[in-house]
Design a protein around this ligand. Structure first.
Ligand SMILES: [Zn+2]
Length: 98
C-alpha cells in the first residue's frame, strides 16, 4: 500500500498506552494514593489504621498506606509497637481516617 512499507524503522503508531505497570489513569479519577514506605512510589492498595496511645486520643486513627509489597512490613512495624488497629483496602477508608 504505502510507499513507506518495508522501510523498517520505528512504528509511529501512538498505540502503546497499555503499560499495565503504571497507576490507573482514568480520565477523572482521583490521584492514586502512594505507598507510605520509605522510597516506595507504588500505588497503595492497603491502609493500615493505627493509633499511638501516647500521642493520640483513643478514637483517633492515623493511616499508613501500603502497596502489596509493603503491606506486611508496615503492619509488622506498627504491630510490634502495639499501634496497629486494623487494615482495610484503600477504597474502604472513610473521611474520618487520616
Ligand atoms: Zn510500597
Amino acid at each position: 500500500m504505502s510507499i513507506f512499507a518495508g522501510l523498517g524503522g520505528p512504528d509511529p503508531t501512538p498505540d502503546r498506552h497499555h503499560d499495565a505497570h503504571d497507576a490507573p489513569d482514568g480520565p477523572d479519577g482521583p490521584a492514586a494514593p502512594l505507598c507510605s514506605a520509605r522510597g516506595c512510589r507504588a500505588t497503595a492498595t492497603w491502609a493500615h489504621r493505627w493509633n499511638n496511645p501516647r500521642l493520640h486520643a483513643p478514637e483517633r486513627r492515623k493511616v499508613w498506606l501500603a502497596c502489596d509489597e509493603h503491606r506486611s512490613s508496615l503492619a509488622d512495624f506498627l504491630g510490634a509497637r502495639g499501634f496497629l488497629r486494623d487494615t482495610v483496602a484503600v477504597g474502604d477508608l472513610t473521611s474520618q481516617d487520616g
